[in-house]
Every structure is written in structure tokens, then in C-alpha cells.
Design a protein around this ligand. Structure first.
Ligand code: 6R9
Length: 582
């Protein structure tokens, strides 16, 4: 049985308070995510249950119970307090996916701090911009990454504490603190900060097309949205072994790689080693993973490596697969049915939304290539680009928007109130962030384009700035890319508009090829024809460029705007999340 029961039945009598029922939550309880992910699970009698199964490079392995998580996160909370850090202080977590990343995240929240996780692969410039913007007070890092902090610390007057949680204590510099929580004194008891629904919790930086990265600030109330979606969409149940492949530098790695599952008391796995398909399959086999949450970029890599590898592993424990981050091509859904015996279910959401918005659920009919339907309690629409009114005809393309007010919604863009306000269609010029967030007459504009079919399923078209205007016709890159990867030679594809005197823009495709395929003129013609026949002459790429790999963000999204800017000779904007910019 899945957690959701009958989907239609739930929708009719929905209230977010159902999240509290799922948690067995009493209104006088302490609303602190750190407490809820550890102490509360122990209080309910699950202290000896495994919280974290961790594997690193080589043969490194470790397992921790919820009681270990409770005590080790206490250790971080107590240390931060001892150093003088206070509730509301931004505390950056800058390390690989080692166990201390997870313990310190929970610990920061316990002492009331704002957890600011950043990808450990960021170079010093990317790090500096985000620490300066956040006015970060302390950074938790490792000997491996502290060099980058040392380079920039003189430019960061607010950064008072550099805490190194792993490495050689003798290699520390003056002013740095070495703190290995596993060998330090154990803190059986720690009095958690009395945060409430509106207290700031996690600060995630997200890159925009222009300007500097934006800091999306969340509050402790997000947990109710995260647990309900974890329960109904990820379908997490008591005995599950759950693996979210995302790094906590990306919102998926915190909302669904820490908070939602642990607040439900679910056992999670973490693999901190580079990606290879074989390593991933072995990890799932060895740990008997039952629920797997991943991203299209990884799924396409697995597809490229073929099904023989899958047949060499026992993956019979897998019962439920979900995906997020980019449009999930129909081909990937069909492939996963074939090789795993179940489809990947697509989920759509954003750093700003904090929890899933449009999703497929267990028990719901999957239409390959569709994002599914709005989660219960979410009012979604596709708005006319001119009138900003909801479109009513099935298949019409417009702006994907949501009525504000769901629990996990972001509270502000740090220091950028105008940008926050600009995300709400209809907000008055002097509206405060709270007035925007709580006004259910407004629309929160996602920045994506989509359509809705006659069955109420949502179909992703592209980001606002990725849509191509060719001869007055708007063409979404996703549809063309999905068709391209159905071609037997193509592994991945990115489609952008390139300038054209007659048509304003024409379609250009960047593709990577499957193993063993060599490009030649015939292949190019063949691909063009393939698209012309399966879609339309308008969608047919006028040019195809072969690449070794596509430019992607650290969360695995294809950076079309980068390719587009190169075609147009324009400024490429903020590239700090480009995968290979170290
Ligand atoms: C969670 C996350 C948000 C943007 C979003 C959209 C794209 C995410 C998607 C998807 C199509 C899906 N996106 N999920 N596009 N189908 N299922 O990814 O947050 O990093 O802020 O990105 O990602 O463009 O607006 P974030």
C-alpha cells in the first residue's frame, strides 16, 4: 500500500494540517527542524533505528543510528554556541558529502542558526560572493577545502569563525578552530533553540540568468510541506532504505536528502564518491535501496551505459523511483519501466518553492514526459503571457504559476526585496515579502512555461528565457531535446535559438553521441530528418554541433542560456554554478 491512499479522495478534503497528522504532531511541540529530525525520532522510541548509511571513496563505510545523529548534532550545536554563535546567524556548511555535513546541518538548526550549505566544489570566487551576500558568521569546512576560505577571508569582515571538522589538527592556522565531532566530548543533552514556524532555517543560493546569485531564505515551517510530499510522493514508509542522490548544496539535497525523510524517521543512504553507473548500482544493491530520488542528468548517463550493467546487479529491492531538476524525457520513463520494472515518477519544484509542486504520485497513471499534476493543496495554473489570466484551452502554452501560501514557500531573497516582489504577479510596489507570500490573490511566477492537457496533466515547455521564437512561432526546447534523444545515435541534447535574418531565430542543437558513434554528414542529415518527421519542419535543427559533454550546473541542469549567449555573442551572465568552473 502506498501512503497516499486514493488521490482523488485526498484532494477533496485537503488541509496542510494533514502533515501534522502524518507526523503525529501536537501543536505545543517544539517546531525546530533539527530537533524534529533527531531528538523527536528518539523520543518516539526509534533511537536505535539506522538514520544514515554512508559510503565514501574506496571502501569507507559508516552507519549511524538516530541516537548517534541526535548526540553528534548536539555536539555541533554545543560547539557553535560555545564559540558565541547565536540564533539567526548564517553558518555555512562547505564540505563533501561526509557524515559531518549531515550532523552539522542538523546541529546548526538545533542552536537556531541558519544553515547555508554550499557545493564543496565551488571555487573561492563563487564561495566569496555567497558568503558576502549572506553576511555569513561561521563556516564549517574540512582541511581539503579550507584553502579556498583562507584565500578570501580577508574580504569577509562578517566571517568570524572557520571551523575545520575533518583533517589534521596540526595543519590549522591561527584563528581557525579544529573540531572533529566524532572524537570530541559527547553531548547527551542539548537544549534546542525555541524556534517557531517563521524562524529562518535554511538559506539556499540559486543562480539567476542575470545578476548575482540569489539567496532564497526558508523558515522552519517548511518541514510540514517536506514531510507530506516525502510521505505521499516519495511514498516513504517505516522500513524503507531511501537514497536521494542530490548534494545538499542543491535544495533537493536538503529538502529531500535531509529534512523530509529524517523528520519522518526514515533510514537514508549517502554515497560520497564520484559518479559511475557501476558504483551506483553496486551501492543500491549492497544497501538494498528501496526508494530512489534522482535527476534526469544521472538517469541519461545510466541509460547511456546500457542495461547489461543493470543485469549484473540485484536491484530487486527497488520499489519506487522519482526524479527532479530537469524535464524527464519520455524515453527515460519508458527505459526505466523496461530495466527496473517501474517508471521514474517526475516531480517539479524549485529552490524557492521548498517542496514539490507538480508531481506524479504512486497510484496515478503516468504519462511519460509529463510532470504530473499539482500536489494536493497547491493551486497551479498556466497563465496567458499577455493578460496573466489562467489559460483555459488544453495544450495552450503559458507561464506556470502558483497561488502563494504553501508551507515550504521561501520567505525572501536575501537583501533583494524588489526581486522577491517581482516574482508575484499583481503585487503592489510597496508590498512586503510577507504580504506577497500570504496573498492568495496573487500568482507566484515560476519562470517556467508549461501547458495543461485535457486530463489535467502538466507538460513542461522550457524556462522563460529558453523558449525559441522562430518565424513568430514559439518552440520549447524540451520537446525537441526529447525527440533528439530518441535518435539512436544521441545521448544528450540541448536546443537553443540562434540568430537568423529571416526567422529571427532558428533551432540549433548541441548533442553528445552514444558510445561508439562517429559523427559524419550523413548523421547530421539523418538527425535533421528524424526531427522534421517526428515533430515539424519548424522544430528541425538548422545546425547540429557535436560536443563531448554539455555545459551543466552543479545540480545537473543543462545551461542552455550559456550556449544561447555564445550563439548571440551576448554576456553569459552568472556562471558560478557551471560544473567545470573550479
Ligand atoms: C528542485 C530544483 C528549479 C528549476 C525549475 C525548472 C527546472 C525542476 C523539473 C524542472 C522540468 C521538472 N525543473 N524540476 N523542469 N521538469 N520535473 O530543481 O530546484 O535548482 O531551483 O531549479 O529547475 O526550470 O524552475 P532549482
Amino acid at each position: 500500500m502506498s501512503n497516499i491512499g486514493s488521490y482523488e479522495q485526498r484532494v477533496t478534503d485537503f488541509s496542510w494540517d494533514i502533515a501534522k497528522e502524518v507526523l503525529n504532531w501536537k501543536d505545543d511541540e517544539l517546531l525546530n527542524i533539527g530537533h524534529m529530525c533527531s531528538d523527536r525520532i528518539c523520543d518516539r522510541g526509534d533511537g536505535e533505528k539506522t538514520a544514515l548509511i554512508w559510503e565514501g571513496f574506496g571502501d569507507k563505510k559508516a552507519t549511524y543510528t538516530f541516537n548517534d545523529l541526535r548526540v553528534l548534532s548536539n555536539g555541533f550545536a554545543a560547539k557553535l554556541q560555545e564559540l558565541g554563535l547565536e540564533p539567526g546567524d548564517r553558518i555555512c556548511i562547505f564540505m563533501d558529502k561526509i557524515p559531518s555535513l549531515y550532523f552539522s546541518f542538523v546541529g546548526v538548526l538545533k542552536m537556531g542558526g541558519v544553515a547555508q550549505p554550499l557545493f564543496s566544489a565551488f571555487g573561492d570566487d563563487s564561495l566569496e560572493v555567497r558568503l558576502a551576500s549572506a553576511g555569513t558568521k561561521a563556516i564549517l569546512t574540512t582541511q581539503k577545502h579550507v584553502k579556498k576560505v583562507r584565500k578570501i577571508i580577508d574580504n569577509l569582515p562578517d566571517l568570524k569563525h572557520v571551523i575545520v571538522v575533518e583533517g589534521n589538527p596540526d595543519k590549522m592556522r591561527d584563528g581557525e578552530t579544529f573540531f572533529d565531532v566524532e572524537t570530541a566530548e559527547k553531548f547527551e543533552d542539548f537544549e534546542c533553540c525555541k524556534t517557531s514556524a517563521d524562524s529562518p532555517s535554511v538559506l539556499h543560493y540559486t543562480s539567476g540568468t542575470t545578476g548575482q546569485p540569489k539567496g532564497a531564505q526558508h523558515a522552519h515551517n517548511t518541514v510540514f510541506g517536506q514531510i507530506l510530499t516525502s510521505s505521499w510522493v516519495l511514498d516513504l514508509q517505516d522500513k524503507d532504505i531511501y537514497w536521494c542522490t542530490a548534494d545538499p548544496g542543491w535544495v533537493t539535497g536538503t529538502s529531500y536528502g535531509i529534512i523530509g525523510p529524517w523528520a519522518l524517521g526514515i533510514t537514508q543512504c549517502v554515497l560520497d564518491s564520484g559518479f559511475t553507473s557501476a558504483r551506483w548500482y553496486k551501492f543500491m544493491q549492497d544497501n538494498k535501496v528501496t526508494v530512489w530520488y534522482s535527476a534526469p542528468t544521472a538517469i541519461r548517463s545510466l541509460m547511456r551505459d546500457g542495461k547489461e550493467l543493470i543485469e549484473q546487479h540485484d536491484l530487486s529491492s527497488l520499489r519506487h523511483l522519482c526524479s527532479v531538476g530537469e524535464p524527464l524525457n519520455a524515453e527515460a520513463v519508458v527505459w526505466s519501466e523496461e530495466v527496473f520494472g517501474k517508471p521514474f515518477l517526475d516531480t517539479f519544484w524549485q529552490t524557492e518553492t521548498g517542496s514539490m509542486m507538480v508531481t506524479n504520485y504512486p497510484g496515478m497513471k503516468v504519462k511519460p514526459g509529463s510532470m504530473g499534476k499539482p500536489f494536493p493543496g497547491i493551486t497551479a495554473a498556466v497563465l496567458d503571457l499577455k493578460t496573466m489570466e489562467p489559460l483555459t484551452e488544453p495544450g495552450e502554452v503559458g507561464l506556470l504559476a502558483f497561488r502563494p501560501g504553501w508551507p515550504a514557500m521561501f520567505r525572501e531573497y536575501r537583501n533583494q526585496h524588489d526581486v522577491y516582489r517581482s516574482k508575484f504577479i499583481g503585487a503592489s510596489d510597496d508590498a512586503t515579502p510577507d504580504e506577497c507570500r500570504l496573498n492568495t490573490d496573487l500568482w507566484y511566477a515560476s519562470g517556467d512555461r508549461a501547458s495543461i492537457d485535457s486530463d489535467g496533466y502538466y507538460w513542461f515547455v522550457g524556462r522563460d528565457d529558453d523558449v525559441i521564437n522562430t518565424g513568430g512561432h514559439l518552440v520549447g526546447p524540451f520537446e525537441i531535446e526529447s525527440a533528439l534523444i530518441e535518435h539512436e545515435a544521441i545521448a544528450e541534447a540541448a536546443v537553443v535559438g540562434k540568430p537568423d535574418e529571416v526567422n529571427m531565430e532558428v533551432v540549433k542543437a548541441f548533442v553528445t553521441l552514444n558510445k561508439g558513434v562517429d559523427p559524419d554528414d550523413m548523421l547530421e542529415l539523418n538527425i535533421m530528418n528524424f526531427i522534421r518527421k517526428s515533430l515539424s519542419p519548424l522544430a528541425m535543427p538548422q545546425e547540429i554541433e557535436y560536443m563531448e559533454k554539455l555545459p551543466k550546473t552543479r545540480s545537473g541542469k543543462i545551461l542552455r542560456r550559456y550556449l544561447r549567449a555564445l550563439e548571440w555573442g551576448e554576456d553569459v551572465g552568472d556562471l558560478s554554478t557551471l560544473e567545470n568552473d573550479d
